[in-house]
Design a protein around this ligand. Sequence first.
Ligand code: CA
Length: 227
Amino acid sequence: MRVLIVEDEVRLADTLRDLLELNGYTADVCHDGESGLDNALSGIYDVVLLDVMLPRMDGFSVLRRLRAEKSAVPVLMLTARSETEDKVTGLDSGADYYLTKPFDPPELLACVRALTRRQPELREPEGLVCGDLRLEQEAFTLRCGERSVRLSRKEYDMLELLMRNQRLVVSKESLLVKVWGYDSEAEDNNVEVYISFLRKKLQYLRSAVKIRTIRMAGYCLEPEDGQ
Ligand code: CA
């Protein structure tokens, strides 16, 4: 699935791209309306996230041009809170859905999934596995052999991301976005605190799995010592 992000706020655009890529999408970014329209017309995108206030061509004009060119690509418009009346204009221009900024990452992902008509993500009844650990969605339980421990929601989200990327380096920023959302006040040391909670739980479980700190880069979940 390929997503086009047309958003002139560079930081928000980058955060959206990271969020989508973390969730298995390929994402490209345009910072103005004209290049957004050109790219959207390429036909390679499954969904377009379109800001309203954009340099060179505003979001509504992009959308109207897109529909005039018979493009049926699903468009999710991103509007500022003060622009609720824009929703009417946007609907008239052929938008498929709206999100009011700021939005929560889960809300955005739910919209993108709906628009791309993806099957709901398959639940993993057996849970995610890494080395001797099994992470179960039901009740946020982490198991290792006979032992098990409950995780808080944040611990669960963080460990899930690490397990889905095991043996890879996951940046603190990715963890922040995944767990707290891009517009939160949380900082790197919040991540460090939760990593230390998780390490204590791994110790309690007597798991061989380690969360390694990669200096200046992030964390890496390693199934066994020395691997
Ligand atoms: Ca804007």
